[in-house]
Ligand binder design. Structure first.
Ligand SMILES: Cc1ncc(COP(=O)(O)O)c(C=O)c1O
Length: 400
């Protein structure tokens, strides 16, 4: 009998963290490494938010709080949903957790029974399938290829739903592809969902504010109000306000689900960090300049990276609508051999060879459920990105 539980064998460690760790180890050994694998803004948390955290400590907000968030943060979240998404939620329909990750985890653990299915469009954020597996459910992966702009089509959604389906997970703009659903595309999906009254939507809106070229962000409960009681709208402060380490995420949905999630949270982490909750409240209610400023920086970097990658022989990089990732195809490089003699059999071999031979760390597409691709996070300086593009180009030019 193994001491470790069977459920642990169902999941794998995060491949994005594994790649970041490998890059750090190589750097520690003295290699000149450019890491394009991390999923967080490279900016500091804005000063007024940092000050709010310090003030919360000095004001003595250092004790347990209500399990799923302070009343004032919940109020600020309701105001955010009303102001930015046209969604009317009461505080009793809001849950605050230790990052959006805990909100997703709570929702899946609170609802999935053995063999319940969750439809996950691929490429997907690496944690969705493993969270479903941990909760005892079955991830139903629907590949959404480059020809579909990495977006789920209504036909593919309809075909994936079975009597065992409990959730559809949507993530717009997406990690890893950066693809976002327009209002019409979202409407086509919500129309399908209207025909399946037992299936809920988990809408991961964490990259809401990082949309480019005037792209209109939409979320399912806003596009189809009839679905509102079957949608958990998840969001957080990590990406919008450069607050990844503060660990505050939130979700809004039907009260019965929110209560169930709070019950779980009460027996795991009790409450999200009290200090971080005060800082998050300031993020949501204070000046919003950072949001637009960071969006402009990311849009410029996206353009730099897309142009740089499309100048590389064998790489095809679509222009994403948002987030801070690109997800180029390397279909034309599969079967070739790098200048140093590595055969590129798949996208994992490509990513490993790129790291070993050029010092650029990216994450291979198989980790996100759609090959042959790789993900670049461009949340790093223009200088690093420019150098990385030159190295990738040299690598590709050396392949034959
Ligand atoms: C698509 C997506 N959802 C959710 C999260 C979780 O973010 P957090 O737990 O920091 O709120 C991430 C973080 O990388 C993400 O990329």
């Amino acid at each position: 009998m193994s001491f470790l539980a069977d459920r642990l064998a169902r999941i794998k460690p995060s491949p994005t963290i594994a790649m970041t760790t490998r890059a750090s180890e190589m750097r520690a050994q003295g290699h000149d490494i450019i890491s394009l694998s991390a999923g967080e803004p490279d900016f500091d948390t804005p000063e007024h938010i940092r000050d709010a955290g310090k003030a919360a400590i000095d004001a003595g907000h250092t004790r347990y709080t209500p399990v799923d968030g302070t009343p004032s943060l919940k109020r600020a979240i309701c105001d955010k949903f009303a102001r930015e998404n046209g969604l009317d939620y009461a505080p009793s329909q809001v849950s605050v957790g230790t990052g959006g990750k805990q909100i997703l985890f709570n929702a899946l653990l609170a609802t999935l029974d053995h063999c319940d299915e969750v439809v996950i469009p691929a490429p997907y954020w690496v944690s969705y399938p493993d969270m479903v597996l941990l909760a005892g459910g079955v991830p139903v992966i629907v590949e959404c290829g480059i020809a579909d702009g990495f977006r789920l089509t209504p036909q593919a959604l309809d075909a994936a739903i079975t009597p065992r389906t409990k959730w559809l997970i949507l993530n717009s703009p997406s990690n890893p592809s950066g693809a976002g659903y327009s209002r019409d595309e979202m409407r086509a999906l919500t129309d399908v969902m209207l025909r399946h009254p037992d299936v809920y939507i988990l809408s991961d809106d964490i990259y809401e504010h990082l949309v480019f070229d005037g792209f209109e962000f939409v979320t399912p409960a806003q596009v189809e109000p009839q679905l509102k009681d079957r949608v958990l709208t998840m969001n957080g402060v990590s990406k919008a306000y450069a607050m990844t380490g503060w660990r505050i995420g939130y979700g809004a949905g039907p009260e019965s689900l929110i209560r169930a999630m709070a019950k779980l949270q009460s027996q795991s982490t009790s409450n999200p960090c009290s200090i971080s909750q005060y800082a998050a409240e300031t993020a949501l209610t204070g000046p919003q300049d950072y949001v637009a400023e960071s969006r402009d920086v990311f849009q410029r970097r996206r353009d730099l990276v897309v142009a740089g990658l499309n100048a590389c022989p064998g790489i095809d990089c679509p222009v994403p609508q948002g987030a801070f990732y690109v997800y180029p195809s390397i279909a034309a490089l599969i079967g070739k051999t790098s200048a140093a003699g590595t055969r590129i059999d798949d996208d994992e071999a490509f990513a490993n060879a790129l790291l070993d031979e050029t010092g650029v760390a990216v994450v291979f597409g198989a980790a996100f459920g759609l090959s042959p691709h790789f993900r670049i996070s461009y949340a790093t300086s223009d200088a690093q990105l420019t150098e990385a593009m030159a190295r990738i180009r040299r690598f590709c030019e050396g392949c034959n």
